[in-house]
Design a protein around this ligand. Structure first.
Ligand code: XIL
Length: 376
């Protein structure tokens, strides 16, 4: 089995190089001859690497499951742990799909990033159209978090406890949770999650907070307040759903540092880099450089030890339906061939261990109480 996978991997890379890499850019002309899967390279850097995963292709397409198990060390259920799928009726949970993803991870030596316990979206109609008192909403939140987190206790590398609760101007987003419970819902959610799995790192996750801006300032104030109140929060997620315009990497580095200085872990949680269709070689090269730059920023930051993408193959991505006219945002193409972005990540990861990473290890043990990265 292992040999079979390895041979396939070599073949995939070889065909990719012949059709794509050598024609594109200086970055794509890298002579990466280390054919180790990304997960092995990432392990040498002390980070996890992986994608969001959907149940249907995982169970329906052998190449999806093979590529996932071969290349990655962590997966995030793309939808199957959200409220509507996992808790469709007030007194009914539906764990089948989430269980299957967690089982796949376990069988393939991967870990799981739980996503997500509290969000304004994917709320089932029994909850959005019910009329519950504040106390009832708190009870519902507690029951949900205890049940879901409790079920996967021991299998989860980190939980996105609250997702996307902050507006672009830094204020709290108007959600069912805010209107029914008040701002305390955030503290409560983290406390309930900690009760249910005291060992799981607990994360606040959002988009548009990658650079220093009004939104990331609001999140900084929010999590600082939580820490001051003794709320169990251990990390901040930066989603990175971005375009070929890229990101201000200097600002991202500065932003990561201020959260790291609070003692929090940094999670690159949902990266994808979309482009207008049809694709061009030039755009693939630009995309590869963006992936590489974000990885390098993570490797240079001791508190950053997870590099996660929102999918891995352009055959299964939320981008085309969510951003009409855009696509090709991931590191494998629709035929599961690695793209220049894949090679850029392999190149970046193959630089470890380096002096920077040595510094990273000591910082990690000194400053972080939760085990967030795989054992070396
Ligand atoms: C998206 C999924 O990819 C889609 O399949 C679904 O229809 C909507 O949600 N930020 C998040 C993710 O935190 O949960 C979202 O996932 C993408 C944006």
């Amino acid at each position: 089995m292992i040999q079979h996978r390895w041979i396939r991997h070599v073949g995939v890379l070889a065909s990719c190089w012949s059709i794509a890499l050598f024609e594109i850019s200086a970055h794509a002309q890298s002579t990466n001859t280390d054919l180790s899967p990304l997960r092995d390279l990432a392990s040498q850097c002390g980070i996890w690497i992986g994608p969001a995963v959907a149940y249907d292709p995982l169970t329906g397409e052998a190449i999806y499951a093979d590529t996932l198990g071969r290349e990655f060390s962590i997966l995030t259920p793309e939808n199957d742990m959200k409220w509507a799928p996992i808790h469709p009726q007030q007194f009914q949970y539906s764990f089948e799909r989430a269980d299957a993803l967690v089982a796949f991870a376990g069988a393939n030596g991967m870990t799981v990033h739980g996503h997500t316990l509290v969000w304004h979206s994917a709320i089932p109609s029994w909850l959005s159209s019910g009329s519950f008192t504040r106390d009832e909403m708190i009870d519902i939140l507690r029951d949900h978090i205890y049940t879901v987190v409790g079920r996967y206790n021991g299998s989860i590398a980190a939980w996105d406890v609250v997702n996307e609760a902050v507006n672009d101007d830094g204020s709290l987003r108007s959600t069912l949770w805010l209107s029914s419970i008040g701002p305390e819902y955030l503290d409560l959610a983290f406390r309930f999650a900690s009760d249910a799995d005291p060992n799981a790192p607990l994360v606040y996750n959002d988009y548009g907070n990658e650079s220093i801006n009004a939104k990331s300032n609001g999140i900084y104030d929010l999590v600082s307040g939580m820490l001051a109140r003794g709320v169990p929060i251990h990390g901040v997620g930066f989603q990175f759903h971005i375009t070929l315009g890229g990101i201000d990497l200097a600002s991202f580095a500065q932003n990561m540092q201020r959260f790291a200085d609070l003692g929090l872990g940094i999670y690159i949680s949902e990266l994808d880099v979309r482009m207008q269709l049809p694709v061009t070689s030039e755009n693939f090269a630009t995309q590869a450089n963006i992936y590489a730059g974000i990885l390098d920023a993570c490797l240079a930051q001791p508190a950053c030890r997870v590099f996660q993408m929102w999918g891995f193959t352009d055959a299964h991505s939320w981008v085309p339906s969510s951003f009409p006219g855009y696509g090709a945002a991931l590191i494998f193409d629709e035929m599961y061939q690695p793209k220049p972005a894949y090679d850029a990540l392999a190149q970046g990861l193959s630089q470890c261990p380096s002096p920077v990473v040595g510094a990273k290890s000591s910082h990690r043990s000194a400053n972080v109480s939760k085990p967030l990265a795989p054992a070396q």
